[in-house]
Design a protein around this ligand. Structure first.
Ligand SMILES: C[S@@+](CC[C@H](N)C(=O)[O-])C[C@H]1O[C@@H](n2cnc3c(N)ncnc32)[C@H](O)[C@@H]1O
Length: 143
């Protein structure tokens, strides 16, 4: 059973990276940027697969995680789930931050893609508009 967490504050997002990962977990991070969350995920994870699609940010990320042998940094789009499947069949935790102000359809589509393929234990999404929507939810029909 997957537990989802939706946040906007980047400090909270990074704190969840420290709190939700268990020893040996396989973690996927989409939108790793300069690696501030990546290094936190790597503290306990057995493997972190970190996607960063911007070439400039990826170069910073690569230097940041150079000494961490449990981090695979990829200069790819996070929708390239085949890159994950080539390395592992199981994913325990997924962190998605393609920008806190991004159109919600992007993190939603990423949430669905990773949920359908891996059913991870935890999925964390950073997006302001999804926070707004979910903050108003009164009733959810079980489907
Ligand atoms: C707000 S930053 C992430 C910050 C990061 N969570 C942290 O704690 O420092 C968002 C990053 O997502 C990247 N990004 C956006 N869409 C992406 C995608 N589809 N796949 C991979 N990276 C993506 C952007 O290039 C940007 O560097």
């Amino acid at each position: 059973m997957t537990r989802s967490h939706v946040v906007f504050d980047v400090g909270l997002y990074r704190r969840l990276a420290e709190e939700l990962v268990r020893d040996g977990d396989v973690v996927v991070e989409v939108g790793a940027a300069a690696g501030d969350t990546t290094v936190r995920l790597a503290e306990r994870a057995g493997l972190v697969i970190a996607f960063e699609k911007s070439r400039e940010m990826f170069e910073i990320l690569r230097e940041r995680v150079e000494g961490l042998d449990n981090v695979v940094a990829l200069n790819e789009d996070g929708f390239e789930i085949g890159e994950v499947l080539r390395r592992t069949e199981d994913v325990d935790v997924v962190f998605i931050d393609v920008g806190g102000g991004a159109q919600p359809r992007l993190p939603l589509a990423l949430w669905e893609a990773y949920f359908r393929v891996f059913e991870p234990r935890e999925i964390v999404v950073r997006n302001r508009r999804l926070c707004r929507l979910l903050g108003t939810v009164e009733f959810v029909e079980e489907v």
